[in-house]
Design a protein around this ligand. Structure first.
Ligand SMILES: Cc1cc2nc3c(=O)[nH]c(=O)nc-3n(C[C@H](O)[C@H](O)[C@H](O)COP(=O)(O)OP(=O)(O)OC[C@H]3O[C@@H](n4cnc5c(N)ncnc54)[C@H](O)[C@@H]3O)c2cc1C
Length: 388
């Protein structure tokens, strides 16, 4: 007979790790299963290691987060302070520069991701999520199941049965979904199923479940295409590269003129530069180049990048770019109305939800994911104390 977990959490992103860290901190003693489709933790805050050399690493999704609210005396503020105290995150002060359409430095930030205090991981983004989930996991309460894409859910009045694409079954008394994929119609194509999995599992009328499925299906997502590039060893950008990380960001007009959303440089262990170029709304252009030949696509990105560096006088000669790959994020951030936080938990079905898709501080960003994880942890502990 298989293990019965007290709690099964689908997804290993930053909302999941925040939720788990906080229930463990509050004394949850149960056994937890974390089930993640990817090869490791991180979700959209994850880091890719180069195939050529595993020590070369780039944050290929979200590279930073910001707090542009007054969080005084809130649990969110305490949590950010704890991450700073435990040296899991650091301030990105003096490392971010915004440019306008004339390739000139702007005086103020206008990009939403750079307003207020801007933070990043002290190591890399995957490690941040990993360290966070293990912060209070001192008694090895968590089993991890990676490369396990959940395609089917089933609730039999007491227990949740969760089934992966490889037919692995995991059983739990309480289920938390940190992604909305299992509630959303895009699951039909992505998971190759005939019915939205949560709808199939809860097919009787339940006001909360009906509402969360209805509202989630109104949400749309921003697409992003990121390019991951490494330079040859010992490559420097004259003068500015005393820092480990540099962000060049573009204002709205700058994004139209230059074609990129931002360019992020991460110094590597061998003194080469790792570069991530973030793009938005460029699918048609990129796909055209890609269709012809990958080489044309990478040449196109390389020319644009070097043009920016030279025109903005960051460097005077072209960088030699070595190792290219492309990452397409079909659902990088939710847009439209967020889901009300009152729908985060459904006691009757012993299910909870968190993630950046909830209408909380920082909706659609890391702050929103953290905030929703904290809020769910309070609701879950209250449920657990009453029902256990
Ligand atoms: C390119 C990019 C740049 C970004 N830049 C910023 C930024 O600068 N600042 C900022 O604040 N935010 C940024 N964001 C948004 C930020 O990354 C997200 O808001 C945040 O990471 C969401 O965390 P989460 O835990 O809610 O979701 P996720 O990180 O998406 O975690 C959900 C996890 O669930 C897993 N999963 C889903 N369905 C299943 C299933 N059926 N079975 C098993 N596992 C499943 C997924 O694989 C995923 O790992 C960016 C996002 C992208 C993609």
């Amino acid at each position: 007979m298989e293990n019965i977990y007290d709690l099964v959490v689908i997804g290993g992103g930053i909302s999941s790790s925040t939720f788990i860290a906080n229930i463990l901190k509050k004394g949850f003693k149960g056994k937890i299963a974390v089930v993640e489709a990817g090869r490791g933790l991180g979700g959209r805050c994850s880091t890719r290691y180069s195939y050529k050399d595993k020590k070369l690493a780039l944050n290929h999704g979200c590279p930073n987060f910001n707090v542009n609210y007054s969080l005084k005396n809130s649990s969110l503020d305490d949590f950010i302070t704890e991450l700073l105290d435990k040296n899991l995150i650091k301030n990105l002060e003096n490392s971010c520069f915004e440019f306008d359409e004339n390739y000139k430095l702007s005086k103020n930030y206008t990009n939403d991701f750079y307003l207020g205090n801007v933070y990043t991981s002290t190591c890399n983004m995957s490690k941040l999520v990993e360290n966070l989930i293990n912060l209070y996991n001192t008694k090895n309460q968590i089993d991890f199941y990676f490369e396990s894409l959940i395609v089917k859910l089933n609730f039999n009045s007491k227990l949740w049965n969760i089934i992966s694409n490889k037919n692995k079954k995991i059983v739990g008394k309480f289920l938390v979904c940190t992604s909305n994929l299992l509630l959303h119609k895009r699951s039909l194509e992505i998971l190759n199923v005939c019915e939205i999995p949560l709808r199939k599992a809860v097919n009787k009328k339940n006001i909360k479940i009906d509402e969360i499925i209805k509202l989630t299906n109104k949400q749309e997502y921003i697409k992003r295409n990121n390019f991951l590039i490494f330079t040859k060893e010992n490559c420097h950008l004259e003068g500015i590269f005393d820092k480990d990380i540099i962000h060049f960001i573009f204002n709205e007009k700058g994004q139209k003129e230059i074609g990129f959303e931002r360019i992020i440089f991460q110094k590597q262990f061998n003194n080469s530069l790792g570069i991530v170029v973030h793009t938005r709304n460029m699918e048609h252009v990129l796909d055209n180049y890609d269709r012809e030949n990958k080489k044309f696509l990478y040449q196109f990105i390389s020319n644009k990048l070097n043009k920016f560096l030279i025109k903005s006088q960051i460097t005077f000669k072209n960088l030699l770019l070595d190792d290219f790959s492309r990452m397409t994020w079909r659902a990088s951030q939710p847009i439209g109305e967020g889901i009300p936080e009152r729908l985060q938990i459904c006691e009757e079905y012993k299910i909870g939800f968190c993630g950046d898709w909830f209408q909380v501080e920082g909706y659609g960003s890391v702050l929103g994911a953290i905030s929703s994880g904290l809020k769910l942890s309070k609701k879950f502990i209250k449920f657990y104390e009453i029902n256990d």
